[in-house]
Design a protein around this ligand. Structure first.
Ligand code: ASP
Length: 440
């Protein structure tokens, strides 16, 4: 049995937390490849080391005073090393950062130093080799990973190590230049390493006991999801549930390697298992979770005989694409077409969108309605069971909420409801209340 173990920033925020993580590693010899984030927040007012590094870069780049930030970073690591009671030459590392900064090697290099140093310190504390992600993960200039090369190379390098500590969040291009994933990207590293070493399980230790079936800020004590499929996780994260980086699923999707979300503060708690194949009987487990997002706009076009105009929809979407807008839904009826997209994307070009569509089609009516929220009910069991959509709509009607849009057609595993932002929280609560009995 081989496990990869990724620890998030709060799990490694100080020496005390690091010791907890060490206990977790020592409690099972199969926890062999350890991927770490940079130190996160120790309390709500604290600043993540990665944020300090980005601040340092911005200060240096704009010619401002940066020494305070540099010292703040040094002090955090120094305190950690001192509390762990290990011998570690931090001054040499800080000197490298300081000289690196003089040559402005790019924000990626600097931002990656949080993971780099944290991994080195944790490796020293555990007495396990440090293996730099720069020699394992091959990145391309566009910040995507060269998958083939990475899996081949990482497997080749890591087969010489029984145990290793690896920094998350970055890799390097063929010239050795450091390139990061997007924020929160250590999750991606965890999955990449799990695939490269053909792990049996990819553990992801964080500060919550797994995936919750609804946002706890909206629903009181929502059920924990014990298991879900990769597809369900993707739907839930896309619709706002934040547990894992959304790209962390891709490396493992076709491998059969599950991810387990665990809580560093409560290591005995079960957590959530995310499996490639849906682990339940679809007839018994209908709904897995509810998630949603505010901040959508609906551009609506009304035009008599719209449905007989071949290419109408394609042309409208082309206008959106020309403005670089990615849309979410396009509900249509016989003479009305709606395009729903995030308001932030539409904001800068709303007049142009209306003008270009007007010029192309002279519709009877065109307008943009802002302040929409989308709520998704997610579950692989939805497709296999009659009546989920009816229950969803009934519960919303009972709560006196007016539905702006429904999309239940194309995806087998979700039903999406559009409501006004003012009704958002109420919608989630009433859906949760009526669907809780179906959740697992
Ligand atoms: N430290 C990076 C961030 O704060 C990556 C990570 O923690 O996964 O985004």
């Amino acid at each position: 049995m081989v496990r990869t173990v990724k620890f998030g920033g709060t799990s490694l925020a100080d020496a005390q937390m690091m010791k907890r993580c060490a206990d977790i590693i020592h409690s099972d010899a199969s926890r062999r490849y350890i991927v770490v984030s940079a130190p996160g927040k120790r309390n709500p007012e604290d600043v993540k080391v990665t944020d300090l590094l980005y601040r340092l870069y911005a200060e240096k780049y704009s010619g401002r005073e940066y020494v305070d930030t540099l010292y703040q970073i040094r002090d955090r690591f120094e305190e950690m090393i001192c509390d762990l009671g290990i011998a570690f030459d931090l001054s040499a590392e800080m000197e490298e950062i300081r000289t690196g900064l003089e040559h402005l090697p790019g924000s990626d290099w600097l931002a990656s130093r949080g993971e780099y140093l944290n991994a080195k310190i944790f490796a020293a504390y555990l007495g396990v080799p440090f293996v730099d992600a720069a020699v394992l993960i091959r990145m391309k200039a566009d910040h995507t990973m060269d998958e083939e090369e990475t899996y081949r190379n990482a497997a080749e390098v890591l087969k010489h190590y029984e145990y290793a500590v690896i920094p998350g969040f970055y890799g390097a291009d063929e010239n050795g230049r450091i390139i990061t994933f997007t924020r929160g990207g250590s999750d991606v590293t965890g999955s990449v390493i799990a695939r490269a070493v053909k792990a049996d399980l990819s553990e992801n230790w964080t500060d919550v006991s797994g995936v919750l079936s609804a946002d706890p800020r909206i629903v009181k004590n929502p059920k924990r999801v014990s298991m879900l499929s990769y597809r369900e996780l993707r739907e839930l994260s896309y619709m706002g549930a934040s547990v894992l980086h959304e790209d962390a699923v891709f490396p493992l999707k076709n491998t059969g390697i599950p991810i387990e979300i665990r809580n560093t503060m409560d290591p005995e708690a079960e957590g959530t298992r995310i499996a490639a194949v849906y682990p339940f009987d679809r007839d018994k487990h209908l709904v897995t979770g509810i998630a949603g997002k505010k901040g959508f706009s609906n551009l609506q076009i009304e035009m008599a005989m719209m449905n007989s105009q071949v290419g109408f929809g394609a042309k409208v979407l082309e206008i959106f694409a020309d403005h670089g807008i990615s849309y979410e839904h396009t509900p249509t009826s016989i003479d009305i077409m709606s395009v729903i997209a995030e308001t932030v994307y539409m904001e800068s070009c709303r007049n142009e969108l209306i003008q270009e569509i007007n010029e192309a089609f002279h519709p009877d009516r065109i307008f943009i309605e802002d302040g929409l929220a989308l709520v998704a009910v997610v579950g692989e069991g939805i497709s296999a069971n009659v009546g989920v959509a009816a229950r969803v709509l009934q519960s919303i009607a009972d709560a006196g909420i007016s539905v702006k849009m429904i999309d239940a057609g194309c995806s087998e595993l979700n039903i999406i409801i559009g409501v006004t932002e003012a009704d958002y929280e109420k919608t989630i609560r009433s859906l949760y209340d009526s669907l809780e009995e179906y959740m697992h």
